[in-house]
Design a protein around this ligand. Structure first.
Ligand code: PRP
Length: 178
């Protein structure tokens, strides 16, 4: 294990099992439909790739890059769209795929954005949910893991752009980010 880490929270097998459940949930909900699955870069990249390969539903893939944190561990409350979708979501079923819902600002902003653009429906799936940090009254429609107020990295999640490529989700040692 990387020496900056306190402990592994969810290993590769646990993540895989939960992705299988999330994919089954999506397949049941979108049976016979052709939704647009939107990956929120960069954090959701690993989860997105594994999730869309686990679903049987015929999904269109698209990507949006937003930022809220910079290199700090606290949400700024502001959402910046750094790169936008290529698809027109008007009249489409949108599945938003997030790595984590923390303050809820990003999910809230993206839900409003896609509905304003005329999406027929909006469904959100997150790998991790941190309800104790919520500042906005939103929650994902499907969440794989609920976690406490720990600073976690790996499987797409970073601290100052590091640790994203770890294949598991781990708690970062406090001295690394304080
Ligand atoms: C993280 C994460 C979510 C968002 C969640 O993105 O990927 O998109 O923050 O936080 P919130 O609920 O407080 O809005 P970040 O802006 O750190 O960019 P990244 O995905 O490139 O790591």
């Amino acid at each position: 294990m990387n020496g900056d880490l306190q402990k592994i929270l969810f290993d590769e097998q646990e993540i895989k099992n939960e992705i299988g459940r999330a994919a089954a949930w999506l397949d049941e909900r979108f049976n016979g439909k052709n939704p647009v699955a939107v990956c929120v870069l960069k954090g959701a990249a690993m989860f997105f790739c594994d999730l869309v390969r686990a679903v049987k539903t015929d999904v269109q893939l698209d990507f949006i890059t937003v930022s809220s944190y910079g290199s700090s561990t606290e949400s700024s409350g502001k959402i910046n769209i750094l790169s936008d979708l290529s698809a027109d979501v008007k009249g489409r079923d949108v599945i938003l795929v997030e790595d984590i819902v923390d303050s809820g600002n990003t999910l809230f902003a993206l839900q409003n954005l896609f509905l304003k653009r005329g999406a027929k429906s909006f469904t959100s799936v997150t790998l991790l949910d941190k309800p104790s940090r919520r500042k906005t009254d939103v929650c994902a429609d499907y969440s794989c893991f609920e976690i406490g107020d720990e600073f976690i990295v790996g499987y797409g999640l970073d601290y100052a752009q590091k640790y994203r490529n770890l294949p598991y989700i781990a708690v970062l040692k406090r001295e690394i980010y304080t």
